[in-house]
Write a protein that binds this ligand. Sequence first.
Ligand SMILES: CCCCC/C=C\C/C=C\C/C=C/C(=O)SCCNC(=O)CCNC(=O)[C@H](O)C(C)(C)COP(=O)(O)OP(=O)(O)OC[C@H]1O[C@@H](n2cnc3c(N)ncnc32)[C@H](O)[C@@H]1OP(=O)(O)O
Length: 239
Amino acid sequence: MNRPPVNSLNTEHLEQLHRALVRLENEKCRGMILSSSSPTVFSAGLDIREMYKPELEKARKFWRTLQDMWLKLYSTPYPTVAAIHGHAPAGGCLLALSCEYRVIVPNVKIGLNETQLGIVAPQWFQDCMRNVIGERQAEKALIAGHMFNTEQALQVGLVDEVAADKAACIARAEAFLASQANLPLLARKTVKLGFRNSTLSRLMTGREADTKIFIEYIFQPKVQKGIELYLQSLSKKSG
Ligand SMILES: CCCCC/C=C\C/C=C\C/C=C/C(=O)SCCNC(=O)CCNC(=O)[C@H](O)C(C)(C)COP(=O)(O)OP(=O)(O)OC[C@H]1O[C@@H](n2cnc3c(N)ncnc32)[C@H](O)[C@@H]1OP(=O)(O)O
């Protein structure tokens, strides 16, 4: 990902990610490392400006593009690793959770923090967390909007490994891909999709309902007020 300063996910960036995933699949890619050009941020999650006073059709397109990108990422036939050498809140955490393996560096925060922002992580975000860390830990983390530090993320199983820095992180991600390289492709892909199918189907069969929930939620005046205040707090911080 290379969308400075923080790889926030707007419609255009989501479309780029989606196109890249389609191309990798068409080219029979043998593995992907999802990484960031930023030295300190993996991805800041959804671009909050896409949810602030949006036009209805733009908001719908944004959400459908996110759904498209995630459905592709979660179901890739090739192995995927997230090299998390920077913070990964909310949608950034979703990207990492959607890969098959996660390597993180020290001093990083990762989690589905939506509750803390006064919004709600959609069901499929929640499913991804549950599938990785289990029901009990996911429920606790999501209710609190907890951001895990590196040590906590390793302990709870949100990530698989800690590496010292970006170079080591990429090297460990490559080692994971190498460990998968000799597995028969069809068997590997079939098992992966078997595990992920119910999560994928839940969104695929309810896409329009999921979009409606998103739209109705973000268009509420009190939610808009919360987003406005959060945006102000973010820009005050950097100002
Ligand atoms: C059942 C009902 C269900 C209903 C569902 C409905 C709604 C929910 C919908 C979706 C779920 C939401 C998912 C999300 O992903 S929301 C996004 C959450 N992300 C965050 O909270 C992260 C916010 N950012 C940070 O914490 C920090 O920026 C950082 C990532 C830790 C990096 O810190 P750093 O100090 O390096 O950078 P700055 O904070 O100075 O930021 C630089 C610059 O970027 C702007 N920015 C940061 N994050 C975002 C973002 N997510 N979107 C847009 N812009 C962002 C920040 O404002 C600064 O901008 P400036 O112009 O001031 O320089």
